[in-house]
Design a protein around this ligand. Structure first.
Ligand code: FUB
Ligand code: ZN
Length: 662
């Protein structure tokens, strides 16, 4: 393993019109809208994410919970045990926005929120509004479901973002006090709890805190929580037994599913993606990060194994993960049903961050491919183009009638609701989108990687000397990428430029001279010796018909279309009803379109055919097979992320390929 150097969030200024639109949406729509929700203001309809009457959908109550915990109000906690994390993610979203542009009113809002957190935090640093208000006797005693450490993880991430954006350490102090509380209660020493949280998150946040501070104690604590997981598979159940023995009022005592919690065996032995999808990728990100900085090759190798299993056998073409609503979980290799899937927005965000973490210890553009696939597809599909409606799960095939009438598809929404009883995804999007520049480059001790083709500028330092890399792109019929490097020193800089799989015939010109683009692990390298250099990459943007591995039953005989980083889909609005009766038969062309709702997009138009239903089907459900009649039909595909923004209707990513209608 390469000796790890501490990586901090790169200072990247994004100027890309596609991503600036999202940044504006977060600032102008999502942050104020979500603030209203957290304060139970406005007339916002909260939907339950699936057909389950126990999901709390009356209100958010997040700010109220903190006020009650702080003793400023009377009452009970409302919402999920992890409702606090909605506020922490909101703060992180605000901070990531403040890192891009100052906004005194927003700073004041965050400062007020920090006042509230300070008031709510117990003297020993404990902070979990549910347990503080209604069940203090169970503090750290029902870890399978309590999310106490999960919430501290999100608090830490918010504090890091706020420090990076404003220089203020106020929130970090609260986070540090919470960490001190965790250290006082957890560990190997006699009398301490030797176990972990049911939902991983604290571990990855501690790695990020190490990156910010360089303090190895955070890394060691992350390593402890990773290491203890699965060592005693009965740990969660034993806690419940002990609560009974001690006569503590504790409510339900379910049978613990240790696979769901990734706690049935040590993490180092977990070589496939199992259980709850978000938890798994959050855990694996922490394994990759902790392993990298502690130079623990086994831990990094175990993380990689999990990553390989996901991207080779358990990931949707959109970068979505999680094949079943039951337990929001992975199932088995190649089981990727398009209409029953889960593909939670948070899980795609987790896979993005997991891939980004692995890229730190291994230069391989496959990680960047997944960063790109998740970002441009399964993540941004999680929100409407108005910034005020969200998907929790991101289907690849939708029929509104099925969503309404088949209870097994109650989680497969045909339109994005405003908010959810479990609101983990919307603020997760809000914190991720303004930070997109962080994935564009990876700075390593001996090289800088340009991962994403986003118009932006990196301002960084190497050995105390400043350098700048600017990239800009044109994606019309042909692709053209201009990269300028400027340095204040003649010290050599090795720049790796990712050549994405959707680039054909790349031609590289460096300082006016054509050079052969030799590719190593998906990157082509340019050695910058002089104080400035101009690099031009031109290429053809491929339109690919992707097919899935033959063992993916759901996609047999079908293709999905991809141009550049975007996966495409068909909508009823453009193609009529019964999308499953369409097949792709001929050429595909890009068409530039300015749509009132969808904005400036590149659609794909293709020759296709419609399987016509003959009259003799009227009262017949089955007949002896004969070749179906077909008529030619023009097909229109839009980028997947933009589906569901017009009228309610069917949507489909995978389409039959010509010879399917025989
Ligand atoms: O448990 C916290 C979050 O709620 C998970 O990450 C999501 O999957 C949802 O269950
Ligand atoms: Zn979520």
């Amino acid at each position: 393993m390469i000796k790890p150097s501490l990586q901090q969030n790169p200072k990247v200024t994004v100027s890309d019109s596609f991503w600036l639109k999202y940044r504006q949406l977060v600032k102008e729509e999502m942050i104020p809208f979500q603030w209203n929700v957290l304060n139970d203001r406005g007339n916002i309809t909260i939907e339950s994410e699936r057909d389950d009457a126990t999901i709390p959908t009356e209100k958010s109550h997040v700010i109220e919970n903190f006020k009650i915990a702080a003793g400023l109000k009377a009452g009970h906690h409302y919402g999920w045990l992890f409702q606090d994390s909605d506020l922490y993610k909101w703060i992180e979203a605000a901070a990531n926005t403040l890192a891009l542009e100052t906004d005194e009113a927003l700073v004041a809002q965050v400062e007020e929120t920090i006042d509230l957190l300070e008031a709510a935090q117990a003297d020993d640093g404990y902070l979990s509004t549910y347990y503080q208000i209604d069940a203090l006797q169970l503090k750290f005693r029902r870890l399978f479901e309590s999310h106490e450490l999960y919430c501290i993880g999100h608090l830490i991430e918010a504090a890091i973002a706020y420090k990076e954006a404003t220089g203020s350490e106020r929130l970090l102090q609260i986070a540090d006090k919470a960490i001190a509380c965790v250290e006082a209660h957890f560990g190997k020493a006699e009398g301490k709890i030797d176990g972990s949280d049911g939902h991983q998150e604290l571990e990855l946040a501690l790695v990020r805190l190490y990156e910010l501070t360089g303090n190895r104690k955070y890394l060691d604590l992350s390593a402890y929580f990773l290491d203890v997981r699965g060592q005693k598979p009965d740990f969660f159940a034993d806690q419940l037994e002990e609560n009974d023995r001690l006569g503590l009022q504790q409510g339900s005592k379910p049978v613990i599913n240790t696979v769901y919690h990734q706690a049935d065996k040590p993490v180092i032995e977990q070589d496939t993606a199992r259980g709850h999808a978000v938890r798994l990728v959050y855990m694996a990100q922490a394994m990759a990060g902790t392993g990298h900085y502690q130079e623990n090759e086994k831990l990094v190798a175990a993380a990689k194994k999990i990553w390989e299993n996901i991207v080779q056998k358990r990931m949707y073409v959109t970068g979505g993960i999680g094949s079943t609503v039951r337990g929001e979980a992975f199932t088995y290799d190649y089981d990727l049903p398009n209409d029953l899937m889960y593909c939670e927005t948070c899980a795609a965000i987790g896979l993005l961050n997991f891939s980004n973490e692995l890229l730190k210890s291994e230069t391989d553009s496959r990680y960047a491919d997944i960063i790109e696939r998740t970002l441009y597809n399964g993540i941004i599909s999680g929100m409407a183009l108005d910034g005020k409606h969200f998907f929790y799960v991101n289907p690849l095939e939708v029929d509104p009638q099925a969503s309404a009438l088949n209870p097994d598809k109650s989680h497969v929404k045909a339109a994005r609701p405003s908010w959810f009883g479990c609101a983990c995804c919307p603020p997760n999007l809000a914190r991720t989108l303004p930070a997109v520049g962080r994935y564009a480059f990876t700075q390593k001790a001996d090289e800088v990687l340009l991962n994403l083709f986003i118009d932006c500028e990196l301002a960084a330092e190497k050995d105390g000397k400043a350098y700048m890399i600017r990239q800009s792109h044109t994606f019309s019929e042909q692709g053209r990428t201009l990269i300028t490097v400027e340095k204040t020193t003649s010290a050599v800089l090795r720049l790796g430029i990712r050549i994405p799989y959707w680039v054909e015939n790349p031609m590289l010109v460096v300082d006016g001279e054509e050079v052969v683009a030799e590719i190593s692990n998906g990157y082509t390298y340019v050695t910058v010796k002089s104080e400035s250099m101009a690099i031009e990459l031109s290429y053809t943007i491929a339109i690919n018909e992707l097919e899935a591995h033959p063992l993916v039953k759901a996609d047999k005989g079908k293709v999905s279309l991809q141009r550049g980083p975007f996966i495409y889909c068909m909508e009823e609005q453009d193609n009529g009803k019964q999308l499953h009766l369409l097949a792709l038969t001929g050429a595909i062309r890009p068409r530039f379109r300015s749509d009132k709702i969808l904005g400036d997009i590149v659609c794909l138009e293709a020759e296709g055919e419609l399987h016509v239903m003959e009259d003799d089907w009227q009262d017949t459900l089955y007949r002896v097979h004969k070749k179906p009649q077909t008529v030619p039909q023009k097909l229109t595909f839009i980028p997947y992320y933009s589906w569901g923004n017009r009228s309610l209707g069917e949507m489909q990513v995978w389409i039959d390929k010509e010879d399917a209608h025989v």
